[in-house]
Design a protein around this ligand. Structure first.
Ligand SMILES: Cc1ncc(CNC=O)c(N)n1
Length: 227
């Protein structure tokens, strides 16, 4: 007998099914020419610096978004360990903001004088639209997982055996490509799958649409960085 999508979701997880279903845009986000140019060493350092400055601004907007997911977990979660996962994410972001400042000064990028580009503003506005109390926890955790996954998958690709990532970019790739961050992403995915298994069809629809929007925003962000 053929298994329905709902039965498959119990075995494989809804998120994995969605990544298969949307593999074209998922691959566009995680194997973008910008990332491939880091991996093969051909990256234009001006593109890297543009990415660095814009991503610093993005991460500043990402902190309140993660906080909003933590707040939803506190109020709505059926599992009290969820909150600790987000708390560890926020702790990592604290470290990350310091890293951005150090890295920027190393490259001569003046963070205080960087204006967000339109693509970045659009992405940050999308994050804000997910922060309100009207957005379900299930939808918000799906977005958070997808946002982190794109960076984890992209930068881990630059650390693989065959990659020729320039040594001065290795630390950047390790920030999101390391095993600990991979574990964090799996924790987020487990929470998302647990929630999606119990979601209404309305919530499922919203969560899947939100995943797609995240992947599209990530592709645009790489496009913008590449210039
Ligand atoms: C545009 C974008 N997407 C995802 C991440 C990764 N999350 C936190 O650092 C990021 N830094 N920037």
């Amino acid at each position: 007998m053929e298994a329905g999508l709902e039965q498959l979701a119990e075995v494989e997880g809804t998120t994995a099914l969605w990544l298969k279903k949307h593999r074209l845009v998922y691959t566009a986000a995680t194997r973008h020419p910008f990332i491939l140019s880091i991996r093969d060493g051909s990256i234009d350092l001006n593109s890297f610096k543009r990415w660095l400055g814009q991503d610093y601004l993005f991460v500043r907007a990402f902190v309140p978004f993660v906080s909003s997911v933590l707040l939803k977990a506190y109020h709505e979660s059926d599992n009290n360990s969820d909150m600790e996962v987000f708390l560890s994410g926020l702790a990592a972001l604290n470290d990350e903001i310091k890293w951005f400042k150090k890295e920027a000064s190393k490259w001569g990028v003046v963070l205080s004088s960087i204006a967000p580009q339109k693509v970045n503003e659009d992405y940050c506005r999308f994050l804000e639209s997910l922060m309100g109390p009207n957005v379900e926890y299930t939808v918000a955790i799906t977005a958070l997982w997808a946002i982190e996954l794109v960076y984890q998958q992209s930068f881990a690709h630059c650390l693989e055996e065959a990659s020729r990532t320039p040594p001065e970019l290795a630390k950047t790739c390790q920030r999101w490509g390391n095993e600990g961050f991979g574990q964090y992403c799996r924790s987020l995915q487990k929470i998302a799958d647990r929630r999606l298994l119990r979601a209404t069809s309305e919530e499922l629809k919203k969560a899947e649409a939100t995943l797609l929007r995240v992947l599209e925003h990530e592709v645009e962000f790489w496009n913008m960085s590449q210039g």
